[in-house]
Design a protein around this ligand. Structure first.
Ligand SMILES: [Zn+2]
Length: 453
């Protein structure tokens, strides 16, 4: 039973704020709470119709797509199935970089500029319109309510983007207080900081936590070591996102906080792609997001097979994301294998592997950019591909695919470089492999899987 304060925020304050921002969030969320139960065919028809509308609009208003469709003879009005998408080329970060202006619709409303770092080290600048913001917020709101909590319930947000933390102006602070959201900087994870985070969580008694799995796992471990209980606070759910969630992290967090972990998958660029329900399925935001899984040659793979996740976001008329390559690897469950115990008909993503992350945490708690580790391997001769997996704060595994020219002392140099940044006591295992899974882009395929913290 939500308390009065939560009902006030969720039913009045937040809707008002969204309306002032010209977002249609409330209506969108209500519609999505209906369509999540629809028969599969009805949901599919909605998606085809939305895809046709997006591409038809793009042909009329987005220079990049106007030219592309003319060049390849694509008629968006004839789109009659989601597989028609396969006639279109992929969109990736270099393409967005090269055509940023031509990707803006000439009738775009309220475009906001975004900038992501990413493990390639090259920033990506893109734009998001009002429609898309509303839809992404609505999808997140819907998923929040799956867990019996709502906007306005006391919440701890553990986040680390310095850009967003910099935007902590007074309006934002006031809003956060009203919404009962407390933001803690996941950036600083020294022992003293973590002690103070634990005190704050205990004092606020939040109903929900939101942040990086590695950061909550770090806090959970620390609390256990100090003998501090966190499972007596009434926390109902721990929302994690933005990194790969490892099983051992899930177990640790659930034990320590006495609440289930709910995994979310998405990003500023690709949108709110999928979220876990209490029955355990990672449900795709099917009303807005079409997920394709493709192999290294770009061929679409059938359900059940693992490949790169490619998304088309249907609410992106102002700056279309059509067949956008995420660089993440995942598997879609075949619809007939997917009926979820929760009853929602939204398609299911089986797993997301090897999400590259921006930040790495060293043994002593120092947080650094993933590039600090990438450089060590990438700049070495004879390296054709690599993958860095930080399995725990004490163990990092480096998989390298080598070619002629790899130095005789290459392994030792990689180990030394990693230890210099992660900590001398950290065990670094270098493994030579024949292949690295297709992730990342450009000349090198690599990923940094961060865990720990
Ligand atoms: Zn479900």
């Amino acid at each position: 039973m939500p308390d009065l304060r939560t009902r006030l925020v969720s039913g009045l304050v937040f809707p008002l704020q969204e309306r002032l921002k010209k977002h249609s969030t409330v209506a969108d969320r209500r519609a999505m709470e209906d369509s999540q139960w629809w028969p599969r065919e009805r949901l599919e028809a909605l998606r085809v119709q939305r895809l046709r509308a997006l591409l038809t609009h793009a042909a009329a208003h987005v220079p990049y797509y106007r030219d592309l469709f003319a060049r390849i003879g694509f008629d968006p009005a004839a789109v009659s199935s989601l597989t028609d998408l396969q006639r279109l080329p992929f969109l990736d970060k270099p393409l967005i970089r090269a055509h940023t202006d031509a990707l803006k619709a000439d009738d775009a409303r309220g475009l906001a500029r975004f900038n992501t770092g990413g493990s390639s080290g090259v920033p990506l600048i893109f734009y998001i319109g009002l429609e898309r913001v509303s839809r992404d917020v609505a999808a997140k709101w819907r998923a929040t309510r799956w867990w019996g909590v709502d906007i306005g319930d006391p919440e701890i947000v553990l986040w680390g983007s310095p850009i967003e933390l910099g935007a902590q102006d007074r309006v934002r602070l006031l809003r956060d207080r009203l919404m009962r959201t407390r933001l803690l900087p996941a950036f600083e994870m020294s022992d003293a900081k973590v002690d103070s985070f634990i005190d704050e969580i205990r004092a606020l008694r939040p109903k929900m936590l939101f942040g990086y799995p590695s950061a909550f796992a770090h806090i959970a471990r620390h609390a256990q070591r100090q003998g501090v209980r966190m499972d007596d606070l009434g926390i109902k759910v721990v929302f994690v996102t933005s990194e790969r969630l490892y099983d051992h992290q899930r177990t640790l967090i659930e034990q320590s906080f006495g609440a289930p972990v709910a995994n979310g998958y998405g990003g500023r660029d690709a949108g709110f792609i999928a979220h876990q329900c209490p029955s355990g399925s990672l449900h795709i935001t099917a009303e807005d997001v079409i997920v394709e899984i493709v192999d290294r040659e770009g061929r679409v793979l059938p359900p059940g097979e693992s490949g790169e996740i490619v998304v088309t976001h249907l609410a992106t008329r102002d700056f279309p994301f059509v067949r956008y390559r995420t660089g993440d690897v995942g598997v879609v469950v075949a619809p007939d294998d997917a009926p979820c115990a929760c009853g929602r008909t939204l398609p299911v993503l089986k797993e997301v592997q090897g999400r590259s992350t921006d930040f790495i945490v060293a043994r002593d708690g120092t947080v650094m950019h993933g590039l600090a580790l990438i450089y060590i391997v990438r700049d070495m001769p004879g390296v054709a591909g690599f993958r860095i997996e930080q399995e725990s704060l004490d163990l990092t595994r480096v998989k390298v695919m080598t070619e002629p020219g790899f130095p005789a002392d290459g392994d030792a140099r990689i180990r030394a470089g990693m230890k210099a940044r992660l900590g001398e006591s950290v065990e670094v295992v270098v493994e030579h492999v024949a292949q690295i899974a297709a992730e990342g882009s450009g000349k090198f395929r690599y990923v940094v899987s961060k865990v720990a913290a």
